[in-house]
Design a protein around this ligand. Structure first.
Ligand SMILES: Cc1cc2nc3c(=O)[nH]c(=O)nc-3n(C[C@H](O)[C@H](O)[C@H](O)COP(=O)(O)O)c2cc1C
Length: 180
């Protein structure tokens, strides 16, 4: 049994939901998994974890700054542990090259090369955004590839939950087969 920390940085909550699903898969496999919002965790990676999966969403072409700061601060620990990073964006749904570019930039800025990387589609939560954000997001969605939804009276979730579960299963398998 391994203890896995899943710190995530979210603005509208989609990355939190993904972190929760990953934690659920790891627990089903008998591991101890804690998913924690980075704004609550603080800037130091707590002792006692055997592996770390960090998640962050994209806004205006950048990963959440809390994730970047956390990785920079804890780089020495992260390079010693089995690790993974998942990036949540609309680009991951319609424009994989752009989504990969975001991760390349994150790796460059943080100096971290996680063992495993995943790109997950995010959500367009029109009904939860304020007026300005709703209309701005509709314009962005109309200009982006991926046939993104434009109906402001509903939300669109592009996260492929099966892919999230497979990512978590695969990470767990590697933990289970790698000698401590
Ligand atoms: C104001 C705003 C800006 C965004 N900018 C981008 C962007 O530049 N590229 C992209 O692929 N997705 C962008 N997104 C989509 C988010 O990555 C997506 O909504 C994701 O689900 C947010 O995750 P979170 O709820 O965990 O913060 C943006 C979303 C919002 C609301």
């Amino acid at each position: 049994m391994s203890r896995v920390l899943i710190p995530y940085a979210t603005t509208e909550g989609q990355t939190a939901q993904i972190a929760e699903v990953i934690a659920g898969v790891l627990r089903e496999r008998g591991h101890d998994a804690d998913h924690v919002d980075l704004t609550k965790l603080g800037d130091t990676l707590p002792d006692g974890y055997h592996a770390v999966i960090i998640g962050a969403s994209i806004h205006m072409g950048k990963h959440d700054k809390h994730a970047l700061e956390f990785v920079r601060k804890n780089l020495d620990t992260l390079v010693r542990l089995p690790s993974a990073f998942f990036s949540v964006s609309l680009a991951a749904h319609g424009d994989r090259d752009e989504a990969e570019g975001y991760v390349d930039q994150f790796e460059e800025e943080s100096g971290w090369r996680p063992d495993k990387i995943a790109l997950f589609g995010g959500a367009l939560l029109y009904t939860k955004y304020g007026f300005i954000k709703r209309h701005m997001m509709k314009k962005i969605a109309a200009d982006k590839p991926g046939d993104l939804g434009l109906d402001l009276s509903r939300d669109y979730v592009y996260t492929e939950w099966d892919a999230v579960k497979r990512f978590a299963e695969h990470f767990a398998e590697q933990l289970e087969t790698t000698p401590a």
